[in-house]
Write a protein that binds this ligand. Structure first.
Ligand SMILES: N[C@@H](CCC(=O)N[C@@H](CS)C(=O)NCC(=O)O)C(=O)O
Length: 238
């Protein structure tokens, strides 16, 4: 049995980490049985980040590498008939979401005061005193350093929002009138897009990036479609 090590649910979502939610979404889309193990123990994760899996003694870290592993071991029901062009489109969409838009969202959650007022209690509220005071400060400082290391954190908030809005507008154009990002059938890139868009549209934090996404009816409908199809039991869509 696959054991999925991920953060506990937060913000009314299956997971407030888009990478954790992506993997759980993929497992559901591919029809693979799994069990959740909710954890905050990053030091036990093979690469110090979540999610990771333990598949009957085989540990694999990184959502993308885990999906590659799952495809090799259990087959590829979602992507096996994709063309070379569709695979390239999926890769480009994935990179946009994971390597760019993600960092703009992190900025809004961890650096802005409104975001921090939501993130801090949701992620650290269950810690005992004095960890509840110390850990969030250290984590926020570390996240700020990561944002600067990436480069996103060197921009002004206005510039970060403009960059994120451009990503969201591009996603809306790419989705167009299609039901899923590559056409009429859901493929693994929808695990990425569905989880990242839910982490913008279905989180109670009002930002220019969320407003831009909410202004695209196709993205809003897509997000709901994915939620209702794959997480009918534990979503509280806003
Ligand atoms: N490339 C990784 C990224 C995973 C990732 O960034 N996870 C974040 C949560 S969204 C994490 O565990 N952060 C903790 C940390 O960096 O200390 C994947 O696809 O799994």
């Amino acid at each position: 049995m696959i054991v999925l090590h991920q953060f506990p649910p937060a913000f009314g979502l299956p997971n407030a980490s888009p990478f954790c939610m992506k993997l759980e979404l993929y497992l559901r889309m591919a029809g693979l049985p799994y069990r959740n193990r909710y954890t905050l123990e990053l030091h036990k994760a093979p690469k110090g980040k979540l999610p990771w899996i333990d598949d009957d003694g085989t540990t694999v870290a990184d959502s993308g590498l885990i999906i590659d592993y799952l495809k090799r071991k259990f087959g590829d029901p979602l992507d096996s008939d994709l063309t070379v062009l569709q695979r390239a489109q999926a890769l480009a969409i994935t990179r946009l979401l994971e390597e760019h838009l993600y960092w703009a969202v992190l900025h809004d959650r961890w650096i802005t005061e409104a975001g921090w007022a939501m993130t801090r209690p949701a992620f650290f509220g269950a810690l005992p005193w004095p960890l509840r005071i110390i850990v969030p400060k250290v984590a926020r400082r570390g996240l700020g350093a990561e944002l600067r290391g990436h480069g996103m954190g060197r921009h002004t908030p206005e510039q970060i929002h403009a960059l994120g809005v451009a990503d969201v507008d591009a996603l809306a154009a790419l989705l167009g009138e299609q039901a899923y990002f590559l056409g009429i059938r859901a493929t693994s890139v929808d695990a990425v897009a569905g989880s990242f868009l839910a982490n913008i549209l279905m989180v109670p934090l009002e930002t220019p990036i969320k407003a831009a996404a909410a202004g695209h009816p196709n993205l809003v409908a897509y997000c709901r479609r994915m939620a209702e199809q794959y997480f009918p039991e534990n979503y509280s869509p806003r």
